[in-house]
Ligand binder design. Sequence first.
Ligand SMILES: [Zn+2]
Ligand SMILES: [Zn+2]
Ligand SMILES: [Zn+2]
Length: 494
Amino acid sequence: MSSQTPLPSVFTRTVPRLAPDGMGKGLFASTDIKTGEDVVYIKVPFVAVLDKPRLDDTCSGCFGKKQLESETDLKACTGCRVVKYCDRACQSKDWKFAHSLECPIFQKVKPMVLPNNARAILRMVLRTGRNKYSTQELDVFSGLETHMQQIEQSQAQLDRVTLTARAIKNYSETDMNEVSIAEYAAKLDLNSFNLTTALYDRIGLYLHPYAALINHSCNFNSTVGFDGEELFVKAVRPIKKDEQIFISYIDTTTPHEIRRTELSERYFFDCRCTRCAKGTDTPEDRFSGTPEDTSVLETAERKALELMQSASASETKPEESIAELESALHILHKTGVWPLTRQPYASLRDQLIVSLLSAGNFGRAFIQAAIRYLRVDPALYSSAHPIRHMHAWILVKLSIYASQSLDPNSKESAFLQKFEINFYFILWYILADLASKQMESCTVPSFKNLVGSHFAQVHNEFKVYGVDPSTSRPLFAAEWKKLERLVSLALEKE
Ligand SMILES: [Zn+2]
Ligand SMILES: [Zn+2]
Ligand SMILES: [Zn+2]
């Protein structure tokens, strides 16, 4: 089992050590680790806060963990009315952790609500002032990179950090000087993780100095997930004792140049991983052929990206977004050589699925999610990768809608009906596959519970109707073939 470090609430199969190639400190496996096993587990964050829009719909005590189990009416803190909670237990936990210190400040700055990074820095400053961190925690935190030198070279970045520090100093009336607060701000910028739900929706910012020691590689061996405020770093492939632990700081499905620009601009380093060493001779950079005029590809990419940006602008209506994203997909498809898995093709489809879901168009969302499940994800993510499991879960949910509540008069319903698919069989098939891979998947406990309980329920419903799915494989395989035909035809029309 994982052993506990001198840091409170950190359990791990790693040890910190100096890493090669100027990477500073890194974490190294202290034992062999199997796929899906915990590499690092941290029970309590150093700091975690919600994004501003999530303050209204997510509990600031459990970060939505209880809401995943059952829908809850959140109640606002009667002091500041900025943060909300499921119940007294969530409220009193957060009150003791930090909210008692920040609540009067939230009241003072009303009606302004501080942005996520300011709320995170404020929490760290206030908790430091009240000796709420252990000396070991502060020791590891003080060793984290700030890259202040690089920040000082950019006036815009420097202004942003100094202004934030000054504001925090004023609000908190802390004894800590502005320079130290600026360092907190820089450390947060550089070392924080996206806080996500167990279903991998981003909800906020998270920082823990021990997890921050993990270095980046585009050829990572571990992934990060959250279950409420608990952090799980899990092995996405087998890791040998003494191997360095790597996660990815960025979306590593993008081509060479984009990855390197993002890493140097946001994290100030030149990636020397084994994938970057291969240059552009990798699947994520390749096309499936060469058009006569290569400028065709550049034009197509530029147009697709413009449409993608416009579709994600906040003032764009869902129906407009959908139309823009579909024409962007069409542009890439028309080049004839753009693989479905080469970016921005895959991201466009992800975004389209989100837009279709928010517009309530579940029939079209089902078709797109099926394309992603069958044709895109197997190339982009290894089978233990949580994103792959989460995408499968979305397809499960959409199969339920498709089997129950499609508008029979809609265009996509006519298209779906042509294939005479029994969505209930599809649903069972995907759930059975997800359930069988739970042990080796990097998903978090709440996600595994959801899959487990849904699978048991669907499996039993089949049995009630006299079908034993585990002995009726040919029946299921036939339905699966229909789904593959549907995906092929939908892609031809793209
Ligand atoms: Zn809660
Ligand atoms: Zn409050
Ligand atoms: Zn790299």
